[in-house]
Design a protein around this ligand. Structure first.
Ligand code: SF4
Length: 459
């Protein structure tokens, strides 16, 4: 057992524990403070806080590096948005070399990761630039899925389709309200993203009504991107894809997660690999311009070869975007109930999966365009979105930049209002239970009226 005593500090201890977890399993260490009696422990290593958080973190990192032989590539950085950090430094310092040096000295970030995030930032800037002043992204949540995945922590309900109508009624009310408010306050729409859950859980008629209502309610003349996360292949029909196409949706996600039937059973997805193949074929036949495919590294009982087989299978369908996630053990997931330490068991394995995948994707003409890190992943690896032919997803990049308001509608939606003068976001959440959302829709509108719009009279 390693015992680390942090002197002169007893708040926000979580960030130090997260750092230690990059090196050690939770069962193998304890972080204590001045308030603890260190006489009860053997071999206590003490670190003194002098007001500089990064300094004490570097000392902890260097000590743990010596005793474990590990050198985590993200250094002392435990935040989820390293590209945002690098971008802010880039804007302040003005040149790549200075940023790289600062990332290495201040955060102990490896050369490899520094190059990755700086390349990404330059690529994003070249193709997307900064968000226009007064613009926002729109997120609309459809919180229904056919079954619940093992690792899911999203708002996802498994209910009969008849239940969808009441939800749509409330959602349409919120869409109308937000559309009017945005027009009145001069907030322009830069992108629309319909996610979930699984939006294609709705039938073709419901999707048609939803998209018609979106088009009628928002001024989309300045919008650069319209995405619907189709997600689950078992919700796909050609008719639904035609509805999306008719309404100008240019991007969909088909999320295989794995191309192995046995793993699909393990993770509780009620579809087959063959259905995933058919979904790709339908999307191609329908002529949806950009298809994203999500894969997850580190799924139960998968080897590195299994993961690479899945990737090669997906590549046969030539999706424009491929997003590689690392399995995370999230708070409200079934996986956490089953085995909350699952991710500590295979850090090397997921790293191997992602390294091999990167080589293959690079050879196939894909390049990484956005990245985020999550807590509780094996090896503390990152999730990376790859694209080919410069088909970066604007919405994904904006979410990570946190320099634009994202207005979220529907159950579980968390609006983030951006205040440029203070470079700060304010959260305005909707309730996540869809039945309570329906019941309390007026209150959701009031919250937006108060914290998002300048002055709105509810009608
Ligand atoms: S498809 Fe996504 S939202 Fe639906 S249950 Fe699976 S992880 Fe959750």
């Amino acid at each position: 057992m390693y015992v680390l005593k942090l002197e002169n500090i007893n708040t926000h201890m979580n960030q130090y524990e997260e750092l230690v977890k990059l090196f050690l399993n939770p069962a193998d260490f304890k972080v204590i403070t001045d308030e603890d009696d260190d006489q009860t422990y053997e071999n206590v290593r003490t670190f003194k806080f002098d007001g500089d958080k990064n300094r004490i973190k570097r000392e902890i990192y260097q000590y743990l590096s010596e005793v474990t032989g590990e050198k985590p590539k993200w250094g002392i950085l435990t935040g989820i948005r390293p590209v945002k950090l690098a971008g802010e430094m880039y804007d302040a310092m003005g040149d790549r070399t200075s940023v790289k040096q600062h990332l290495a000295e201040e955060y102990l970030i490896s050369d490899e990761k520094a190059e990755l995030i700086l390349d990404m930032y330059e690529y994003q800037q070249k193709h997307l630039g900064k968000p226009p002043a007064g613009s926002a992204g729109i997120y609309i949540g459809i919180p229904f899925c056919p079954t619940r995945c093992l690792y899911c922590s999203f708002t996802s309900n498994q209910v009969k389709p008849e239940k969808y109508e009441g939800y749509l009624e409330a959602l349409f009310r919120e869409i109308t309200f937000v559309g009017e408010g945005m027009k009145r306050d001069g907030i322009t729409v830069e992108s629309v993203y319909i996610g979930g859950g699984t939006p294609t859980s709705l039938n073709a008629d419901q999707l048609d009504r939803l998209l018609t209502h979106v088009r009628n309610s928002f001024d989309l003349s300045a919008s650069r991107e319209f995405t619907v996360e189709a997600g689950r292949p078992d919700t796909f029909t050609y008719e639904k894809l035609e509805v999306l196409k008719k309404h100008g949706v240019e991007r969909i996600s088909i999320n295989p997660q794995t191309m192995h039937d046995r793993t699909l059973v393990t993770i509780g997805r009620d579809h087959t690999v063959q259905q995933t193949r058919e979904a790709f074929e339908m999307a191609s036949k329908c002529g949806i311009p950009v298809v994203n495919a999500d894969l997850i590294a580190g799924l139960p009982d998968e080897s590195a070869d299994d993961f690479i087989e899945s990737l090669n299978e997906v590549l046969k369908h030539g999706p424009e975007n491929i997003t590689l996630h690392t399995l995370a053990v999230k708070r409200s997931s079934r996986l956490k109930e089953l085995d909350e330490n699952f991710h500590y068991k295979q850090p090397r394995l997921t790293e191997e999966m992602l390294t091999r995948a990167k080589e293959i994707l690079t050879a196939e003409g894909y390049r990484p365009y956005y990245l985020y890190r999550q807590k509780h992943t094996a090896g503390s690896t990152e999730n990376i979105g790859y694209c080919k032919n410069d088909t970066l997803s604007l919405y994904n990049v904006r979410i990570m930049e946190e320099a634009q308001s994202i207005i979220a509608l529907g159950a579980g939606g968390i609006t983030k209002v951006y205040y440029p003068d203070e470079n700060r976001l304010e959260r305005v959440p909707n309730v996540s239970n869809y039945e309570i959302y329906i019941e309390r829709i007026e209150e959701m509108l009031e919250r937006k009226s108060k914290d998002l719009f300048q002055e709105v009279t509810l009608c």
